[in-house]
Design a binder for this molecule. Sequence first.
Ligand code: ADP
Length: 364
Amino acid sequence: MADSARERIVTGANDTDSSAERRATELLRDRAQRNSNSPGMNDLRPRRFADYIGQRDVVNSIQIAVEAAKHRGDTLDHALFHGPPGLGKTTISQIIAREMDTTLVHTSGPALERPADVVGILSNQKYGDVLFIDEIHRLSHAVEEYLYSAMEDFRVDFITGTGAFAKTINLPLQKFTLIGSTTRAGMLSPPLRERFALTYHLDFYSDEEITQVVKRSAMILSVPIDEAGAEVIAKRSRGTPRIANNLLRRVRDFAQVRGDGKIDSGVAAEALRVEGVDELGLDRLDRLYLETLAKNYGGGPAGINALAASANEEVQTLEDVVEPFLLKIGFIMRTPQGRRATPQGMMHVGAPIESSDAGQRSLL
Ligand code: ADP
């Protein structure tokens, strides 16, 4: 059976989504792909553990769990992946399903609006199937409660009818594996979090690993690229494979139109400059955030709500999409008083460093 045929995608409209959540979700899904409608994103996804670059500790641990489960003829324990968007949580989940030789059913927290949605999916699962729930932190409380017994005892109890006609139905389920993916592990309720026997954090990739991702993707897309060109793209990819792939496509287009189709360091740097991606990989939104903090708030401390209002952005977008990488490269700090720009962050947007001290003094 073809790999693609083994994945079912279950979606559903969610009228109750706030526009803030929707906006953040869009950005989370594909921050750098906003202008890209190129097909074939799936073609770049590694299909086996051996092709999955980086995250060695995570991959080693999962490989052991998968091998052991297969050896016992059992299903894999429920697993939770958390970490910033675009780092490979969906990809590794698909690899797990493939290596376990089962079907992956793909859905998301916001799509599972009513308990009936989740009961419907669960009752259709076959033995060993993987139910992948993206953005699992956005499950409604009612839906989450159904998952507790489903995950632990492989059954759901639901009530039909009302009043005197109310009846509890116990529905046994096939043993399955739930894989949850989230950018916000902290937002998961403890009872749900505790039901995942396997929990993994995916971290940003090193420049070397991202260079490998770029070279691998260029090969699949048949784009000629030299080592230096791949390194330039990698350095500006914010340690994130999804961004690397998207930037590669943008550079490929530039090379095709303005050059001879080949990517070297000069072509890559010029293409990314045109795209508004700076040498550290920060884009318009990152710079807007930093500039607001550095210039409007003298480097902080500033509360996230105030920053979001000044930058005209959603809090969730700033927290999930912008801040993780700025924290990682040491441009900002989260303090009990609020966000602060570090001297490196201030310098990056050309703000005078003394103003950071002034900002602090004004609060004393
Ligand atoms: P997430 O679910 O964490 O948001 P995805 O799994 O959707 O991220 O990954 C985004 C893209 O990045 C994928 O389409 C895939 O091509 C690429 N990718 C992710 N992780 C890796 C990896 N370890 N090696 C190579 N490519 C990767």
